[in-house]
Design a protein around this ligand. Structure first.
Ligand code: HEM
Ligand code: NAG
Length: 512
């Protein structure tokens, strides 16, 4: 009989299927009486909802939130993942119940970042994490927005950005003279990396070394793997099968770590406690003090890990923001014109824009806010996890549950924005157009919130503002008629636009 082996196979397969289902059920934690688990879609055994996430998890999970609400649960593989949407729900979890939600999951990809010792990508959220975070925050503040006694600029950040933006203007004009066009991402990347390099290492930063250029140009190898919902974190088998993007991720992290280790080592040789001039110096100094008083002591090797976190976060994100800005400006020339009218009116053409001009340039500020909102180029925060059993909006959430926070959803919620898909900087201006509507601007979420909120937010916003003001005062950006510009974001920890090599820049006036 021809059919019988097939029937046997079918029987076997369904038996295994039932067994897996039964085991999966049994694994679910018990929900206390009177409470319920968050709702969510049905998932395949073994796969869970991974197929639903597809290549654009932020859009898929936004659609699911319309169906299941602000607190929902999916499975990736057999791992349950809580997905949070809606500004109020996210604020409730990350701020009001901040201690419950401040953890990070124990993900495989995290173990590959900074030798497994990252402050950011690491399951630790106890006192050691808190001490390292505070240390990083203080060092960053001292060498970005605090004033440099040796300079006329208001702060280190202004000093470095003014210098690098001026160099960028020159380079863009040179590209125009040579080729008649350029790729804005690559040009901006070099300038932004030089700024964070100078803040971290002062003059020791090997700005134009081969090693440094090859490193920063492969940052995509990082952000594409370090993204929320990457299957490699949820299906262990993918670590052992051939996996080119995982290999690139490992190689990038090792190269990056070694590069920074060498500079920190050099720095340590001629370290002078009475003359601290950069973030590395500040961390080393703290360490010297810490070795005497054991509280808050950070082991020496961990200095390089903190530098790795700051340097890594400090160039990819800001480059992405400025590059997206240029792409939006060339596709919305009337918005570019309005920014330039404002710059001409408030600053004129005789001097370079400064950080202190920011309040007087509300339209440029509104453009940046709208860019953050519309691109939502950090679609999810870094994954969180619960540190204890808790209850959110009436739903029971057990300890150590992996949590995705959907920032893209908040920034495109029609209930808040009315016309979320329209790019309209004016929405952030007050009725008379002279200031930013603060209430509305606080509804954009791109830096997370609560205990894990980005420590680079103030610096990032200032740097993006100053780069754009300096560039747009002097140059008009465009693409030739007929060139199609693709603005479809590529999913990752930070989302980029496809490379565009056809951007042009024309001086707005002569500077001689
Ligand atoms: C436009 C630029 C930036 C954006 C959109 C951004 C966004 C974010 C987001 C969404 C998180 C995760 C928050 C969470 O997990 O809840 C984060 C964390 C972090 N960011 Fe940023 N960031 C930017 C620039 C920077 C810069 C310039 C630095 C440092 C120089 C920085 C340093 C960090 C660090 C160290 C963390 C980890 C904090 C922790 O885990 O406790 N970021 N950022
Ligand atoms: C700010 O925006 C909100 C929401 O659109 C609006 O209700 C409010 O009146 C605005 N405030 C000002 C000062 O324009």
């Amino acid at each position: 009989m021809a059919w019988s082996p097939i029937a046997t196979e079918l029987l076997l397969v369904s038996a295994v299927f039932c067994l897996v289902l039964w085991v999966a059920r049994a694994w679910q934690p018990r929900v206390p009486k009177g409470l319920k688990s968050p709702p969510g879609p049905w998932g395949w055994p073994l796969l869970g909802n991974v197929l639903t996430l597809g290549k654009t998890p932020h859009l898929a999970l936004t659609r699911l939130s319309q169906q299941y609400g602000d607190v929902l649960q999916i499975h990736i593989g057999s791992t349950p993942v809580l997905v949070l949407s809606g500004l109020d729900t996210i604020r409730q979890a990350l701020v009001q119940q901040g201690d419950d939600f401040k953890g990070r999951p124990d993900l495989y990809s995290f173990t590959l970042v900074t030798d497994g010792q990252s402050m950011t990508f690491n399951p630790d959220s106890g006192p050691v994490w808190a001490a390292r975070r505070r240390l990083a925050q203080n060092a960053l503040k001292s060498f970005s927005i605090a004033s440099d006694p040796a300079s006329l600029c208001t702060c280190y950040l202004e000093e470095h950005v003014s210098k690098e933006a001026e160099a960028l203007l020159g380079r863009l004009q040179q590209r125009m003279a040579e080729a008649g066009r350029f790729d804005p991402y690559n040009e901006v990347l070099f300038s932004v990396a030089s700024v964070i390099g100078a803040m971290c290492f002062g003059k020791r930063f090997p700005q134009s070394s081969e090693e440094m250029l090859s490193l920063i140009s492969s940052t995509n190898d990082f952000v594409e793997t370090a993204s929320s919902g990457n299957p490699v974190d949820f299906f262990p088998i993918l670590r052992y099968l051939p996996n080119p993007s995982l290999q690139k991720f490992k190689a990038f992290n090792q190269k990056f770590f070694r590069f920074l280790q060498n500079i920190v080592q050099e720095h340590y040789q001629d370290f002078d406690e009475s003359n601290i001039q950069d973030i590395t110096g500040a961390l080393l100094k703290h360490n010297e003090k810490g070795s005497r008083t054991s509280a808050g002591h950070i082991p020496h090797e961990k200095i390089v890990n903190i530098i790795n976190d700051i340097f890594g976060a400090g160039f990819d994100t800001i480059t992405t923001a400025i590059s997206w800005s240029i792409m939006y400006l060339v596709t919305n020339p009337e918005i570019q014109r309005k920014i330039q009218e404002e710059l001409d009116r408030v600053i004129g053409r005789a001097r370079q824009p400064r950080l202190s001009d920011r309040l007087q340039l509300p339209y440029l500020e509104a453009f940046i806010l709208e860019l953050f909102r519309h691109t939502s180029f950090v679609p999810f925060t870094i994954p969180h996890s619960t540190t204890r059993d808790t209850i959110l909006k009436g739903f029971y959430i057990p300890k150590e549950r992996c949590v995705f926070v959907n920032q893209w959803q908040v920034n495109h919620d029609p209930k808040v924005w009315g016309d979320p898909s329209k790019f309209r900087p004016e929405r952030f201006l007050t009725a008379d157009g002279t200031a930013i509507n603060k209430t509305l601007s606080e509804k954009v979420i791109l830096f997370g919130m609560g205990k894990r909120r980005c420590i680079g937010e103030v610096m990032a916003k200032s740097e993006i503002f100053l780069f754009l003001a300096i560039l747009l005062q002097r140059l008009e950006f465009s693409v030739p008629a007929g060139v199609k510009v693709d603005l479809t974001p590529i999913y990752g920890l930070t989302m980029k636009h496809p490379h565009c090599e056809h951007v042009q820049a024309r001086p707005r006036f002569s500077t001689k």
